[in-house]
Design a binder for this molecule. Structure first.
Ligand SMILES: [Zn+2]
Length: 169
């Protein structure tokens, strides 16, 4: 695992990183999860992906279950869990795993919820088309009528109003 951190840095790429329109200059080696590979559907992106895989520039790693569980609980704590797909959680579990062996982990994604959890894990984030978050933040979901607070989006169980996402202090 240690040899994936080229000069101490591991790059973790999500599906948007492989779209043909993305100018992807992979410095050294990058990593991703099987779910991301499955999400890349268009032909040109798949060809680019095939090239990266066969050239050994991209490594696919399935993260262990305990990392998946850890990242899921971390995401719940930040109020991001409901906004993340299974693929996102898997990718973040890989980030958490790499954080243990690499000095520096850079996550390449435009998804702010993925960026938020990645920052919480201690990774750096790099946006592709939109600017990235600088530091992680915790969100709560608050009822505008009675003030009921939840870590999940949805409706208020007391009065039925839609909960509003707010930054927690
Ligand atoms: Zn309410």
């Amino acid at each position: 695992m240690r040899d994936v951190c080229k000069e101490g840095t591991a790059y973790v790429i999500d599906a948007a990183g492989f779209f043909a329109s993305t100018p992807l200059n992979l410095v050294g080696r990058s990593l991703t999860v099987p779910e991301v590979i499955a999400e890349v559907k268009d032909l040109r992106s798949r060809l680019a992906l095939q090239y990266l895989l066969s050239a050994g520039k991209l490594i696919v790693v399935e993260p262990p279950k305990d990392e998946v569980r850890y990242v899921a609980s971390l995401s719940k704590n930040l109020g991001e869990f409901e906004r993340l797909s299974k693929t996102d959680i898997s990718l973040l579990a890989l980030v958490s795993l790499l954080k243990k062996v690499c000095k520096r982990v850079v996550v390449v994604t435009d998804d702010h919820s993925v960026q938020n959890v990645a920052l919480r894990i201690g990774a750096e984030v790099h946006g592709i088309k939109v600017p990235e978050l600088r530091r992680y933040r915790r969100y709560v979901y608050v009822c505008p009528v009675c003030g009921y607070t939840s870590s999940k989006p949805g409706t208020c169980p007391k009065c039925g109003f839609k909960l509003i996402k707010k930054r927690a202090r």
